[in-house]
Design a protein around this ligand. Structure first.
Ligand code: AMP
Ligand code: MG
Length: 480
């Protein structure tokens, strides 16, 4: 019989200093909570296998699948602006790679699989909460059309882990990513002045993610260009959904341009550009409206690591890198403007006044971001008014908007830009709390609801609603 997961590993062939090989820790009594049949099929895994005892052993770390070569990847990173020369997979293991049905190489990784040489003081484990949060939010992001890592499986382990909140049920998450190469992976070798490793990593990254860059006149500048472009497209997608990543550290910035690491992330209810949820983001470094600045800062850290590859002439290398980095703002701006024009149903070349005045209106009157655009899209005038305590300012803005769109907004564009459902924080929190009480139904329902976020489906109408006062989540936590 062929291997249940058709592993075809390449990262494990890189030099040994890129990682540390080891199996996952075993757990006492694993149980499968959910597996992603659609994603499994994409990866060439028989969906029927997902329910087997063998699969449970693989997803819990109790067994190493045929062809898997588990390893913890080495990386460094700037966390909230401060550099840590060694982070690495402290609670994760790359099981290996598969080439999916469309020919794209994808990583399969366990999260919460025990200690590694990169664990520092941590236990290498994960509580169930962060496992479910990542499952819910990463799959929602995918359904919303945002490049993101995916959820293949979530299991409980039958053991508890000790966190601030006390002893919590443990879990293991199986994540799929187009790779786990981060800005921090480059920084790890840059910091060690290991130019051979940097070149090998850069060449590997080009071959895996941006193969056309290999033929460019200057492949490493081409690599930087592609990564700048990917981030400049990603951040506006987040912002247009009211998404706040929460920990945009360089170790959480994927070179592929996928959203990665759903720790203290959150979707805003009421709109405010300074909105922050993460308990550890005290200065608002990663606030909704600061995410482009932070992506740009992270890209500068990436560019730094490539300088010696770009040219043996430091000044020339710096000049080229600066030029490329300089394209971020323009690219970001144009993507952002287009996404917000679409949200407001405006033509592609429309002036931005209504976008600006619309967002100020939401800020000033503390209006729910998702509901506003949802009702605007469907022309639900009375529901729209109900979002405002006093509807007079809305009436004025609405008259301008009707004038600008000549009462014929681009509804099709609006429907694609304005989801009916997002993973609201209070729903995510409710699903997690219920799971800790062994009730997994809210988790499953939420994942099912979010699979088609742009469709108006009556059975999921309650998931549209903003939280009631007592349900509001004010802070989110890494939970590690
Ligand atoms: P994060 O901010 O969640 O991306 O994690 C930053 C670093 O902390 C990474 O190197 C993680 O591997 C490590 N880490 C987080 N939680 C744990 C844990 N429970 N045990 C060991 N290492 C951890
Ligand atoms: Mg991380």
């Amino acid at each position: 019989m062929s291997n249940p997961i058709p592993f075809d590993n390449t990262y494990a062939r890189l030099p040994e200093r890129f990682f540390s090989k080891q199996p996952a820790a075993t757990v006492p009594a694993p149980q499968l909570l959910r597996a992603n049949t659609e994603l499994a099929a994409e990866l060439g895994i028989d969906p029927a296998w997902l329910d087997s005892p063998e699969a449970l052993n693989v997803f819990s770390g109790n067994d190493t699948a045929e062809g898997s070569e588990p390893l913890a990847q080495a990386y460094a990173g700037h966390q909230f602006g401060g550099f840590s020369p060694q982070l690495g997979d402290g609670r994760a293991l790359l099981l290996g790679e598969v080439v999916d049905q469309t020919g794209i190489r994808r990583d399969i990784q366990l999260k919460g699989s025990g200690r590694t040489p990169f664990s520092r003081g941590g236990d290498g484990k994960s509580a169930l909460g962060p496992v479910l949060r990542e499952y819910i939010v990463s799959e929602a992001m995918h359904a919303l059309g945002v490049p993101t890592t995916r959820a293949l499986a979530a299991v409980t382990t039958g053991e508890t882990v000790l966190r601030q909140e006390g002893h919590l049920a443990g879990g293991v998450f199986t994540r799929v990513a187009s790779s786990h190469i981060r800005v921090g992976t480059f920084q790890y070798f840059y910091n060690q002045n290991d130019e051979d490793a940097l070149r090998e990593l850069a060449d590997y990254t080009i071959a895996r993610h941006y193969p056309d860059a290999a033929n460019a006149e200057d492949p490493y500048i081409a690599l930087l260009e592609r990564v700048v472009e990917a981030q400049a497209k990603l951040i506006p997608q987040w912002m247009a959904l009211g998404f706040i990543h929460g920990v945009m550290n360089t170790d959480n910035t994927a070179i592929s341009g996928e959203t990665i690491d759903f720790g203290p992330c959150a979707f805003m209810d009421d709109f405010h550009p300074n909105c922050v949820f993460s308990s550890i983001d005290r200065n608002g470094r990663y606030a909704w409206g600061n995410q482009a600045n932070m992506a740009s800062w992270n890209l500068s850290r990436f560019a730094e690591t490539l300088l010696s590859l770009i040219s043996g002439e430091p000044d020339a290398a710096l000049e080229k890198a600066k030029q490329t980095l300089g394209t971020f703002n323009r690219l970001f701006r144009s993507e952002y403007d287009n996404r917000f024009r679409a949200k407001f149903g405006l033509a592609a070349d429309a002036p931005l006044d209504l976008v600006k005045s619309g967002l100020s209106l939401l800020t000033k009157h503390e209006v729910d971001f998702t509901l506003f655009f949802r009702h605007l899209t469907y022309g639900n005038r009375s529901e729209l008014s109900a979002l405002f305590q006093d509807s007079a300012p809305l009436d004025t803005w609405y008259a301008n908007w009707e004038g600008a769109t000549q009462s014929a907004p681009d509804t099709a564009a609006m429907q694609q830009a304005n989801p009916v459902l997002i993973p609201r924080n209070h729903r995510v929190e409710q699903a997690i709390q219920a799971a800790y009480r062994n009730d997994y139904a809210p988790f499953h329902q939420l994942v099912d609801a979010l699979a088609k976020p742009y469709e108006d489906r009556a059975e999921y109408a309650s998931y549209e609603q903003a939280p009631q006062a007592h349900e509001i989540v004010h802070q989110t936590f890494c939970g590690t």
